[in-house]
Ligand binder design. Sequence first.
Ligand code: IMP
Length: 200
Amino acid sequence: MRILIATMNAGKLREYERLLADVPGLELETMASVAESVDVIEDCDTFVGNAKKKATEIAAVVGMPCLADDSGLEVDALGGQPGVRSARYAGQGATDATNNAKLLDELRDVADESRTARFHCAIVVVDSDGHELALAEGACEGRIGREPKGAHGFGYDPLFIPEGFTETMAELGPETKNEISHRAKAAAKLVPLLRRLQQP
Ligand code: IMP
């Protein structure tokens, strides 16, 4: 089975190749290997909605099965924000640094015990006609620290302290992250679904 990953990013392709290694006969490709470029507007109010939209619209253009994901940070004290707006939380031209600064500012009066949060990831696989083949979600629980720490990862990693740790995700580094991340957990749930699809 050949599946297109809805990304131009070779790093994400490698990550999924590792996460889905237990699906026999699966060949993954990125958008870089197809001629078309597809601009999908991620305007749904759920991670699943955005992942489905991305997978369906891209499958329609490229005519092959497609895997898309959507992820972000949900902070309990902010009613689940930034959520699906995680990438652009600080507004137009937001960067990881401005997003993190805004998050710290919003939480400045929030006590340590109320700074709980989670990274959430939804992965959707559709066939070449856009019919849903598999859907999986995963979460990584933790809390938001008081200042950015660590140099690994991206996004909110320097502020996110996973449950059971005292360091931020950016201090822990990729090996630990790849075991506990929202994407890893969602992908682990996806594996049996994809394996089942391949059975005659
Ligand atoms: P995407 O859907 O994977 O592109 O993620 C959207 C946004 O959520 C990113 O721009 C980050 O701000 C945030 N985010 C998603 N996953 C992570 C993560 O593993 N670490 C830190 N931030 C993340």
